[in-house]
Design a protein around this ligand. Sequence first.
Ligand code: ZN
Length: 293
Amino acid sequence: MKLFRWGAPGREQPGVVIEDGSWRDVSRFGEDIDERFFGSDGLDRLRAWVAKSGSACPTIDPTSPSLRIGPPIVRPSKLVCVGLNYRDHAAEANLPIPTEPILFLKATTAISGPYDAVQLPAGSRKLDWEAELAVVIGRRARDVSAASALDHVAGYCMHNDYSERELQLEHGGQWCKGKSHDTFSPLGPWLVTSDEVDPHRLEICLSVNGRQMQRGSTATMIFDVAALVSYISRFMTLLPGDVISTGTPAGVALGRTPAPFLRPGDVVQLAITGLGEACQRVAPLEAPAGEEP
Ligand code: ZN
């Protein structure tokens, strides 16, 4: 099942792509895609409801210019990111291959829709991209084993872990400074439920202004999804709806000479096998900040 959310920021309604491929407004189901939804078997309940009532729900034209797609989940309690989880990316960053997962938290206010503009912070000169597979937690996880970790996963979505490298690397600890600006975490377009995704056989691609920058496979992650969920759950309780972003393959601006950091007007497009496509335009410096979520 593919879930999405649509509407103005902070006022999104849930939608589902049903079996015939059409996008349907499922606001009549009466629940949003949030912690309570996941924690009360919402996916199973919604699946049963859609099987019965989905084809009677209003259609949504995904190509309509007036349609805004929001993030596919309500703002979660945590957005936990994994650093340097691909060998080629660690090498291009001139950093050692980690022996344990490197974790950092990203402010959840950074979450935006997959086609929303990405806003440059004031004075930013080093905005970079990181296309990533993100995991959405479906069941509370605290100190779970790797063997049972995937039972706690609701599904997967695409994440662009935008990173301002000066704020991340040149202002002391921690990385969250360069990762947390509003609009730095576009998620979606869809949450695809775990029954439809093999998370370690996905191609990740990202281009800037039509030029391919990243092309990798989740098969080459250092720590796989089960290992990450288990590992993170040793340090913090993962709640339903929480997001884990599993790291980016090589090809970021930071790894190139000279580094082609993003500038106003640049267009970033990304895609992951089965998880859809997204596109973000870099908003000019003088643009006002995004709307209140
Ligand atoms: Zn990242």
